[in-house]
Write a protein that binds this ligand. Structure first.
Ligand SMILES: [Zn+2]
Ligand SMILES: [Zn+2]
Length: 265
């Protein structure tokens, strides 16, 4: 309450521009974003793979799949049973995730978690939520695990406990997105460990990450959990990277000033 009043006063004195459209912020409910930009963030719709929920250009892509799974899921059979990552990873959500993750703007945690919570279908029940862990070096650098901040809020909404000490990252791997698939897999083998494998046996685990890109990291965590006897692993993420042709045009404002890399600098 007091924080909100102070924010309003400071905006009158020193207007803050919206991160995406640069309009000065007034009474906007989400920090760093104007109401109109935030309203552009809408869940993806249309045909999707039954397992990874990757959006597909056309429903006919699943014609030859009795399980309604995409080609990648059929040929590689991930350890996770389902991915729930309802938004496309593009501006303004991409701007918000970059501010949250790389610039320590943790005041965005509530608004970002709310985006995910509002879309969760009732069948995604779980016994325990586990954030994808950061290596201690990365955690020291960043001072917080963005996935744990999201997990805490999702857990409160689902009334489900969070376990954040069991699954740990023991090897500080290179950022995965810059590497080819074979190198990513090689890197990730033995990157994670479970302190107490018996605690996940028979449990339905909801793994949580901020962005679902290749799925390699989450699949490696899911592999460990399944091999320790987890009944089912579902991955929850705020956003997923999607092919440009599948991103709704309304998501692309005419003069988006920055990319993820600019915000990281
Ligand atoms: Zn805006
Ligand atoms: Zn799939």
């Amino acid at each position: 309450m007091i924080f909100n009043v102070l924010r309003q006063v400071s905006r009158l004195l020193l207007p803050i521009p919206c991160t995406t459209c640069a309009q000065p912020l007034t009474d906007d409910p989400v920090p760093f974003f104007c109401r109109s930009c935030w309203a552009l963030i809408r869940p993806l719709r249309g045909s999707a793979c039954a397992r990874c929920r990757r959006p597909l250009a056309s429903p006919s892509a699943l014609t030859h799949s009795p399980t309604h799974e995409c080609h990648d899921c059929r040929t590689r059979q991930p350890y996770y049973a389902e991915v729930w990552a309802p938004y496309a990873y593009c501006s303004p959500l991409q701007d918000a995730i970059a501010l949250f993750k790389y610039h320590g703007k943790v005041s965005l945690a509530d608004a970002l978690a709310a985006l995910l919570i509002h879309t969760l279908p009732s069948h995604l029940e779980g016994d325990v939520l586990m954030p994808i862990p950061l290596h201690p070096n990365r955690l020291r650098e960043r001072e917080f695990n963005q996935s744990l901040l999201l997990a805490d809020r999702v857990a409160a909404a689902l009334k489900c406990p969070v376990a954040y000490r069991n699954l740990v990252r023991i090897v500080d791997t290179e950022p995965q997105t810059t590497l080819p698939r074979s190198a990513r897999l090689h890197n990730l083998r033995r990157a994670f460990a479970l302190h107490a494998p018996h605690e996940v046996a028979g449990k339905r685990i909801l793994l949580i990450d901020d962005v679902f890109t290749t799925g390699t990291t989450s699949n490696e965590c899911a592999r460990l959990l399944c091999q320790a006897g987890a009944e089912r692993v579902t991955l929850l993420a705020l956003a997923r990277s999607v092919e440009a042709g599948l991103v709704p045009e309304v998501w692309l404002p005419p003069s988006v000033p920055r990319s993820d890399t600019d915000l990281r600098a």
